[in-house]
Design a protein around this ligand. Structure first.
Ligand code: ZN
Length: 343
């Protein structure tokens, strides 16, 4: 089969590789669409250490079942599917307690951090364990299905936050994930949504996505501005979708006493922590990692037209042009939008 192989950092080759073998509990999926993730770009340049070459990257994908393993039940050839990129063990302590997203010995498709190498979906075919598969509704396209992962990550953070109707929410970082958080908050009963970013273009998109108000960050008057919009209290919940020192501290600055800070961004491993505000305001800080069962709900929202993803798709291109797209995305960091490759 043809695949886009990261042969060394900054070098992707579109070439022939052997077809993947499937285990008895796996299916072979013929890939129809696979999105380039920001983490793939940081894998391309080697900065995360989680894409050690040689590797076929790609974990945001959809396709058609081409073959089923001997132990596969409930899935047949020809079905349109997508999959959660976390390959978790069914007998793990955390999995058994409903936390497969943080389970031990889990592997992520298209990732090789040194302890394992799991080839991804920038290829014509990929082997997928049956327990991470989801059916794509008839009216949802392969390209839309390749966007489910990003939406599901946003939805996981909303589930972690335990939103109540009437909550006021601030979303810090209105890139793709932040925009999906805004869209999902809109249908989750949040009453007032404020988007915060350092990029004006992102804020225009955020307002289109459903933010009631948007704020460009400059200087340190953010907390006052948010107070003026929230009955002088601060927001009930702040979502931090960036993961740097400034944005992290902004999240604490805008939340009210007794409020929640939900953290998804994690570009920086360590940040300054506002201990006194945290203690004296009785804040709750919640981390949100990947996806924990949100795929089906997102696919349903797509089927019902409750969530749209097209505004976040920058381009759909042949997999053979993948290397050029990686180079382009690497060079214009900040260019928002998903590039979807089609084998
Ligand atoms: Zn991703």
């Amino acid at each position: 089969m043809k695949a886009l192989v990261l042969e060394k950092y900054y070098h992707l080759a579109y070439k022939d590789v052997p077809d993947p073998d499937i285990a008895p509990d796996e299916v072979l999926v013929q890939v129809k669409a696979c999105g380039i993730c920001g983490s793939d770009i940081r894998g391309y340049d080697g900065s995360t250490g989680r894409r050690i070459p040689p590797l076929i990257m790609g974990h945001e994908a959809s396709g058609v079942i081409a073959e089923t393993g001997s132990n596969v039940t409930g899935w047949r050839e020809g079905e349109r599917v997508t999959f959660d990129p976390t390959v978790y063990r069914l007998d793990d302590w955390f999995t058994l307690r409903g936390m497969y997203n943080i389970s031990d010995n889990r592997e992520v498709l298209g990732v090789s951090p040194g302890t394992y190498r799991r080839h991804g979906a920038f290829a014509e075919y990929i082997a997928i364990p049956q327990h991470i598969l989801y059916r794509i509704p008839e009216n949802v396209t392969f390209e839309q299905a390749a966007m489910v992962e990003a939406v599901a990550m946003a939805l996981h953070s909303i589930n972690i936050a335990e939103i109540r109707s009437g909550n006021t929410c601030v979303v810090i970082g209105a890139g793709m994930i932040g925009t999906f958080i805004i869209k999902l908050l809109r249908i989750s009963g949040a009453s007032y949504i404020i988007a915060v970013d350092i990029n004006e273009k992102h804020l225009v998109k955020a307002e289109k996505a459903g933010a009631d108000f948007s704020l460009l960050v400059h200087g340190d008057d953010l907390s006052e501005k948010i107070r003026s919009l929230t009955s002088d209290r601060g927001a009930d919940i702040a979502f931090e979708a960036v993961g740097q020192n400034q944005s992290f501290n902004n999240a604490f600055a805008v939340v009210r006493k007794g409020g929640k800070v939900v953290l998804l961004g994690n570009i920086t491993p360590v940040v300054d922590f506002p201990l006194q505000k945290f203690v004296t305001s009785e804040l709750r800080v919640l981390g949100s990692c990947a996806i924990n069962g949100e795929y089906e709900e997102v696919l349903n929202y797509m089927k019902m037209g409750k969530i749209t993803v097209e505004d976040q798709i920058l381009a759909v291109a042949p997999l053979s042009e993948g290397a050029a797209w990686f180079e382009k995305l690497y060079r214009n960091e900040g260019e928002a939008g998903k590039v979807i490759l089609v084998p």
